[in-house]
Design a protein around this ligand. Structure first.
Ligand code: WTA
Length: 630
């Protein structure tokens, strides 16, 4: 851990850290002044644990801060340089985006959408996705974007929970050269939802679709829509969006984010972590269906009037050079991606990236999972040519924005491969033991956050009780993110993965409970247990142990195939397991709890450790035999 890289951009602003340490509330109040408010707040923070209201009394609009504020100075500046997977391209300036968003806001109004109504968005990575989000924000409707890789049941649950009046989708989207039939999935998901009043369908692939009574075509609606729609003056804590994310129990939770606090957090972190300048070309590879895309594709770059690349398809399509091709073609200066993508690129060697001119790069970021030091070094040397700081950013859907990261836009500190370094100013983070006492340096413990912060989720949609239980009950008045971490003797934080039953598959968050309930709903399965084991590329992969119902005699290969298909169609291809093992019983404690840690050790070929609490030790012997045989 002594390896350090002393590179920085020469920015040093101790004053901000000092101010944040002495009074985080007035510190955030100053940061909020970077945004445009219709009326200013009377109280910066109303903290009634665990509920925080930021900038109480302030009126603001996210779409106004993303678009209207730039019209005098950046009307002709590209906001989005869009590249389709099939080579299509589009440029949308701040002026273009302003017009399109106002038009679609009027479309939503004409369809009866009012302030506070929910709009589900299930679109591929095309400009109409941020346009729809900003149109919702403009009129105070709450958007709920669903990743276009999710399938029927996942969509059904999310639309049902949010009770969206409108669903916006497309005839299809491109992924690895194939068309993903989004509209078909929506039709199946909502067929008996009377509360869904309209489905707006964008034409992207010209794939043949059936037009049902609720359907309206995007182009028809936009053709007659007026291009002038004033932004609503909304309360600072007016909900901006719901984003569903996997938890440790049951169905995904609707993380609810507000407006004023969230935007303040994004504006600040984009400036500090990415040191954004007017001349930068920013490229974040995240899909907008995940929080990184909400925060650092849609809102943060637009708040800053930045130019960014939006790419529609798979990073390895048509081949492994696609990303480097985009970086060279658009002269990208800031690149933000995941450790999984980097591990994949690294596997294909240095020659591919070395054959491109990547000299425009000045800053490299990563997010979503721990980055292995060797991958960090590869990113630094081969992609950044030893001149770009690596910005390893730790945060979550719930935190809204970056919480732990090097901040080259603010200060120069030595970087250590594999460490996300220090919390951002205004955030108080500790590593503690089971009882909440701080652990000594270099000791693994649980990460906790001791103050509220502006990007913090407001609550879980419709479930304050669960919000309290999940995040605020393990440690009194502290937020519990569910991650292991350690702090080294320099105070640097090293994130060590999830401490709960959430998996990170290629950086995507998937709950074991969600998978288990999908598998258990299959006719053949009595019960199942899911765990993640380490993988060289994806970080983690899914392993399923399933116990069949008595009397099921179907051939195991057929059952296995059925289960793979079920998971892919109910949840989505990202949840496809690496392996399914059929066993006669699962290892359980005497109180009946499945010992997933034990399964994980067996499946990854590790020592199984203490098994004294096992109810029936023969379960372990059987599983060990099956795992080693396959
Ligand atoms: C993990 C993604 C290590 C972590 C923005 C967290 C990370 C979860 C990092 C949230 C990082 C995210 N280093 N682990 N730099 N960034 N994580 O909600 O376990 O999809 O709790 O948000 O990803 O995942 P989510």
């Amino acid at each position: 851990m002594s390896e350090k890289y002393d590179i920085g951009l020469g920015n040093n602003n101790d004053d901000l850290r000092k101010q944040a340490n002495s009074d985080f509330v007035s510190f955030w109040s100053d940061q909020a002044k970077n945004l445009l408010w219709f009326s200013t707040w009377q109280k910066t923070l109303d903290w009634r644990p665990p509920f925080a209201k930021w900038f109480v009394g302030g009126k603001i609009n996210a779409s106004y801060n993303a678009l209207d504020v730039h019209q005098n100075t950046k009307y002709d500046k590209p906001a989005i340089l869009w590249e389709g997977e099939n080579g299509d391209s589009r440029i949308l300036t701040y002026g273009d985006l302003f017009i399109e968003v106002q038009k679609f806001a009027n479309v939503l109004k004409s369809l009866g959408v009012k302030k506070g109504d929910r709009v589900t968005i299930y679109l591929p990575m095309v400009p109409e996705l941020p346009i729809t989000m900003l149109a919702c924000a403009r009129i105070g409707a709450i958007h709920t974007v669903i990743f276009s890789g999710f399938s029927v049941e996942s969509i059904r649950d999310r639309i049902d929970d949010s009770k969206s009046k409108i669903v916006v989708t497309a005839d299809g989207g491109y992924r690895r050269g194939k068309i993903v039939k989004l509209k078909e999935v929506v039709d199946e998901a909502i067929h008996d939802f009377e509360f869904v009043e309209h489905v707006v369908v964008l034409e992207r692939t010209k794939n043949k679709i059936s037009i049902l009574p609720k359907d309206k075509l995007w182009n028809d609606l936009m053709a007659t829509a007026s291009d002038s729609c004033d932004a609503e003056k909304l309360d600072s804590d007016h909900p901006l969006y719901i984003l569903y994310t996997s938890g440790t129990t049951g169905k995904p939770k609707g993380v609810l984010h507000g407006t004023g606090g969230y935007l303040t957090h994004l504006y600040s972190t984009f400036k500090w972590a990415f040191d954004i300048k007017d001349s930068d070309i920013f490229f974040c590879t995240a899909d907008i269906g995940w929080v990184t895309g909400h925060s650092y594709v849609v809102y943060a770059p637009l708040l800053h009037g930045a130019t960014q690349i939006m790419y529609e398809g798979a990073p390895d399509f048509p081949d492994m050079s696609r990303m480097w091709h985009i970086l060279e073609k658009y002269r990208v200066s800031i690149f933000y991606t995941t450790p999984t993508a980097l591990r994949m690129f690294m596997k294909f060697g240095d020659d591919i990236p070395n054959s491109f001119n990547l000299s425009s790069l000045r800053l490299l970021g990563t997010v979503g999972e721990p980055i292995n030091p060797e991958v960090w070094r590869w990113y630094y040397k081969i992609i950044g040519k030893e001149k770009c700081p690596i910005i390893d950013t730790w945060w979550q859907t719930e935190t809204g924005g970056i919480m732990i990261s090097p901040l080259p836009g603010l200060e120069t500190i030595p970087l250590k491969p594999g460490s996300a370094t220090l919390p951002i100013p205004g955030i108080d983070i500790s590593v503690v033991d089971e009882f909440g006492s701080e652990v000594p340096p270099n000791t693994k413990g649980y990460l906790i956050i001791k103050n509220p912060w502006p990007g913090m989720l407001l609550t879980l949609w419709g479930n304050d009780k669960k919000y309290k239980n999940v995040y605020w009950s393990k440690y009194s008045n502290c937020y519990y993110p569910g991650d292991y971490a350690l702090k080294d003797s320099d105070g640097y934080l090293w994130l060590l993965g999830r401490a709960d039953d959430i998996l990170k598959i290629a950086g995507h968050r998937i709950g074991t409970a969600e998978l288990e309930s999908c598998i258990a709903s299959d006719y053949s399965v009595a019960e199942s247990a899911v765990c993640g084991i380490p993988d060289d590329i994806k970080g983690e992969v899914i392993i399923v142990f399933a116990v069949l119902k008595d009397g099921v005699t179907t051939d195991k290969t057929i059952l296995e195939k059925n289960l793979f298909n079920k998971i892919r169609t109910d949840i989505g291809p990202i949840a496809t397991p690496k392996q399914i093992y059929f066993v006669s019983k699962l290892p359980k404690t005497r109180s009946g709890k499945i010992m997933r840690r034990l399964l994980k050790s067996i499946a990854s070929g590790e020592k199984i450790g203490d098994t004294s609490t096992l109810d029936d030790p023969s379960a372990v012997a059987e599983i060990q035999k099956i795992v080693t045989q396959i």
